[in-house]
Design a protein around this ligand. Structure first.
Ligand SMILES: *[C@@H]1O[C@H](CO)[C@@H](O)[C@H](O)[C@H]1NC(C)=O
Ligand SMILES: *[C@@H]1O[C@H](CO)[C@@H](O)[C@H](O)[C@H]1NC(C)=O
Length: 299
């Protein structure tokens, strides 16, 4: 316990240095209203917007949660949004923010997940990421964050091209998932995906493996969103054509196929300090580690 306190202090110190030295990211431009980009998936009455329409709120109570999804599907690009998570005692509450090739949990789906696992007041939120290809996930990582995600909006983004998938928190890549270029491999690159977010109850597993149950006295639980930013290839049916939303395609050029030097430093810092669980290190679970675990994130 002593040790944990010390490492948290170190983290805060490092975070302060990073905040001071990292150049500020450019403000994301809003790409239209909620209704231009999204549909509500379920329980419209658990969705609200601010008076100016710029902030969106999803709420969870004992009856139900709520979720939205993009109207469009995309294959490759940059996907970004600011989220502020449920504060206070949020044990058992999960906010999912993810991309998926289907709007259900179909057996053949591809999926890229961010899941925010609520916790008791004052206890750290964990962020879980996962990658699915053809319905097979089991590629979880869990990270601590270097800030309290319930206090302010932070940007959570996915960069997806045929060389790598990066999961970003603000400007920091917390996870790198590489493609080895072989046909029929584990890298999701064939199916276009929608982007989703939802809030739901998972007190059967989310907090301390399901030991901490949701305290419904604190309902409704609300997660907030703003600044959706997509710069990607939009998929047009019935032909498998892909129309880019910009002409530049910066997200699929050489610089976006590898970590930059700054990103390498940030990623190394995350690897050293914030990783709680990495399936690629879980030799109890996998007698042979999944193939992609041998790919270097530094290449
Ligand atoms: C909640 O807080 C406890 C105590 O610090 C921690 O062990 C746990 O990993 C946290 N997160 C979740 C999702 O249980
Ligand atoms: C799913 O992926 C894991 C990790 O690579 C692998 O061990 C498992 O065999 C896969 N399952 C199926 C049904 O393909």
């Amino acid at each position: 316990m002593e040790k944990r306190a010390t490492s948290v202090e170190t983290l805060l110190f490092i975070a302060a240095i990073m905040a001071a030295t990292c150049s500020p990211t450019k403000a994301a431009e809003s790409t239209g209203s909620f209704g231009d980009n999204f549909n509500i998936m379920w329980s419209e009455d658990h969705f609200k917007t601010s008076a100016d329409g710029q902030i969106w709120y999803l709420s969870l109570d004992k009856q139900t949660g709520c979720g939205f999804q993009t109207k469009q599907r995309y294959r490759f690009g940059w996907f970004s949004m600011k989220l502020k998570l449920v504060g206070g005692d949020s044990a058992g509450v999960v906010t999912a923010y993810y991309m998926c090739s289907e709007n259900g949990a179909g057996p053949q789906r591809d999926e890229l997940d961010f899941e925010f696992l609520g916790n008791r007041s004052g206890q750290p939120y964990l962020i879980q990421t996962n990658v699915y290809k053809n319905g097979n996930g089991s590629r979880e990582m869990r990270h601590m964050l270097w800030f309290d995600p319930t206090e302010d909006y932070h940007t959570y983004s996915i960069l997806w091209n045929n060389n790598q998938i990066l999961y970003f928190v603000d400007s920091v890549p917390i996870r790198v998932f590489k493609n080895n270029g072989e046909a029929n491999n584990f890298f999701p690159n064939e199916k276009p995906m929608y982007l989703f977010s939802s809030i739901w109850n998972a007190d059967d597993w989310a907090t301390r493996g399901g030991l901490e149950k949701t305290d419904w006295k604190n309902a409704p639980f609300v997660s907030s969103y703003q600044d959706f930013n997509v710069d990607a290839c939009q998929w047009i049916d019935p032909y498998p054509a892909c129309v880019s939303t910009t002409t530049e395609h910066w997200w699929d050029q050489y610089d976006a196929w590898h970590l930059s030097d700054t990103q390498k430093m940030d990623y190394a810092w995350v690897q050293r300090n914030l990783v709680i669980y990495d399936y690629c290190k879980d030799t109890e679970r996998f007698s042979t580690l999944p193939k992609e675990c041998s790919l270097s994130p530094w290449d």
